[in-house]
Design a binder for this molecule. Structure first.
Ligand code: M6R
Length: 586
């Protein structure tokens, strides 16, 4: 879950790489590091913090060279400090490496290397790569062979980039993404196209177990046996403008607002592609849906919708639990995997298990070039543009929109959806922003928040509570409204904050009954509904829409509330502590 990047070209590497790291920082922001090389001299600079915080202390102006590598870290092995920050060097400062992933056998490798006289500086698993390459390079005096032999030694998941004193840059991947950017003024090797999109949209997505060696003019790709392989060049389409914050202070805020258009866009997806999904689903006996975090909450809502409106029976399983629930998978099964990034290791693992059991894989993703998309039989894109904020916002409503379109095709009762109305509907919700900000001010010091909802609203309660936890660091729980009397009621005392998702549908009266039980024990109630009620201490009004569509809009006030709770508690909503956008480790 780190970002890695390498560059070799005509520009000063440090000034190119710093921009790349800023754009990829969503992958990890514990520390930043860079190495550049000039006249066979490698210079390394690193520090703890986000790029913008350490940019000055890195003194990039004094880092010459047109070859360089960079890294932002999400710590796994070794605490967050300057020594453990990447890049890492070999004993003789001839080789410098950045790594993303986990080297599972690093302890044994480290002991073996130390016994052979290698001196380690950090506590990281990654440093073994530098020393292994050093060993093999001194034996073979060949970049390709040194990388191949190193990969043979490593167990686990990794993508790494290494600079050799000879001026060559090399990389290898095993279960972590690595993408080549082919520029007019130099070549890149990066965890994400965002690393080089400012310079080129010509990319090569390396396959698993590919090795690449590049300089300013040439890129050569080999498999782990050293055979040359050829990979397609793909043109990536995202506009650089989409990566700016525009008029917003935070990506998260911008992305919440973008839902005014992104939901409509997701609804308008490819009918033909949906038909392929429907075909596979209808032919399958067992239908599994999986995802992690927010994407899992989408899976839950999908199950409720399918159950309510069709005869389709589904099994939903969190991706991290999938391996323990996969006994029934066979050639008559389908796995629908949901993932914004398409790179989440738990989701990819679930998809691999499904494939091993001959099931079909359908995926719903935001990044069509992602590992999951490429691994699937068919995929649908939510098409909401880059989501940089660590908290999933517009991708969630995009995923929901896709599922509504799927369910609509599978059910006899069609949900009337007028796509073109959505931008006005979302605008009405967004107009509540300053009111929601005031509510955030009033409740910012609360220690616990409970979000109640029944049926379709329950997954939204779970998703809303995930937003509050990760953005504002306040304990929050989504609870199926009927469950409060089975335990959670014991937690309610004077001024406990309870949010209730209660639009006027078939759950309205039952949900209200649970709210009365909370209120009579002193809870402060925040109602989110199209219909007000005297029981609410605060009321956030939703426009009246088709009853089945409320989940798509009622999450937005919860996203806004979480955003302001974060600001009022001095948390940076774009960079929640301890988290990263793409969780590429299991
Ligand atoms: O990229 P994915 O949808 O696979 O990511 C899954 C989760 O890691 C992600 O939804 C995470 O829970 C978000 N931080 C939630 O806001």
């Amino acid at each position: 879950m780190c970002s890695i990047i390498g560059y070799t070209g005509r520009f000063g590497a440090a000034s190119v790489l710093i921009g790349s790291l800023k754009r990829m920082e969503y992958r990890g922001y514990d520390s930043v590091g860079m190495a550049t090389m000039e006249s066979s001299k490698i210079l390394v600079r690193k520090d703890v913090g986000k790029v913008i915080e350490v940019e000055k202390s890195l003194q990039l102006d004094a880092m010459p060279g047109q070859i360089g590598i960079g890294h932002t870290r999400w710590a796994t092995h070794g605490s967050i400090n300057k020594i453990n920050a990447h890049p890492h060097m070999d004993c003789n400062n001839n080789i410098v490496v950045v790594h993303n992933g986990i080297i599972e056998n690093y302890k044994q490798l480290k002991v073996d290397l130390q016994n052979n006289g290698h001196v380690f500086k950090s506590e990281t698993d990654s440093e073994v790569i530098a020393h292994l390459i050093e060993c093999h390079y001194s034996k073979y005096n060949d970049v390709k062979q040194a990388v191949i032999e190193t990969c043979k030694n490593l167990k686990g998941s990794y993508a790494f980039v290494v600079i050799f004193k000879s001026g060559l840059v090399a990389g290898a991947r095993q279960d972590e993404p690595l993408i080549i950017g082919l520029g007019k003024d130099g070549n890149f090797i990066s965890s994400d196209v965002l690393g080089f999109i400012e310079y080129t949209d010509q990319s090569i997505f390396l396959d698993n177990q590919d090795i690449v060696i590049l300089n300013e003019n040439n890129v050569s790709i080999y498999d782990f046996n050293g055979n040359p392989v050829s990979r397609d060049v793909t043109q990536v389409a995202w506009e650089l403008g989409d990566i700016d914050k525009g008029k917003y202070a935070h990506y998260t805020h911008k992305e919440i607002h973008e839902q005014q258009y992104s939901i409509e866009k997701a609804f308008g997806i490819q009918t033909e592609s949906i038909n392929k999904f429907i075909d596979v689903i209808l032919k399958s006996k067992n239908i599994f849906i999986t995802g992690s975090g927010t994407s899992y909450h989408c899976a839950m809502l999908a199950k409720y919708l399918l159950n309510k409106l069709s005869d389709i029976r589904t099994e939903i399983v969190m991706s991290s639990e999938f391996e323990y629930m996969s006994r029934l998978l066979d050639e008559n099964s389908v796995l629908i995997a949901i993932s914004q990034s398409g790179e989440t290791a738990d989701v990819l693992h679930a998809a691999k298990i499904a494939k091993q059991n001959h099931a079909k894989i359908l995926s719903i993703i935001n990044i069509p070039t992602s590992s999951l998309a490429r691994f699937s039989d068919h995929y649908l894109t939510i098409n909401c543009g880059p989501e940089i904020g660590v908290a999933a916002t517009k991708s969630f409503t995009g995923q929901l929109a896709i599922f509504y379109s799927i369910v609509n095709k599978l059910s006899s009762t069609r949900i009337e959806i007028k796509f073109s109305d959505f931008s006005d509907i979302i605008n009405e919700v967004l107009e509540q922003e300053s009111h929601i900000e005031k509510i955030a001010e009033d409740i910012k010091k609360t220690k616990d928040i409970y979000i109640l909802g029944k049926s379709l609203h329950y997954p939204i309660g779970l998703e809303g509570s995930l937003k509050i936890k990760e953005l504002a660091y306040i304990h929050a729980e989504g609870i199926a409204a009927g469950e409060i009397k089975h335990g959670p009621l014991a937690l309610i005392e004077n001024n406990t904050v309870v949010i209730v998702l209660n639009p006027s549908d078939d759950t309205y009266t039952d949900t209200l009954n649970s709210v009365y039980e909370m209120k009579s024990r002193g809870a402060t109630i925040i109602g989110i509904s199209n219909q007000t009620n005297e029981i609410y201490d605060y009321f956030i009004k939703l426009p009246t829409i088709n009853k089945l569509l409320y989940p798509i809009i009622e999450i937005i006030p919860l996203q806004i509330l979480s955003y302001y709770l974060a600001l009022k508690n001095n948390a940076n909503p774009d960079y929640p502590r301890n988290l990263a956008k793409s969780v590429t480790v299991r």
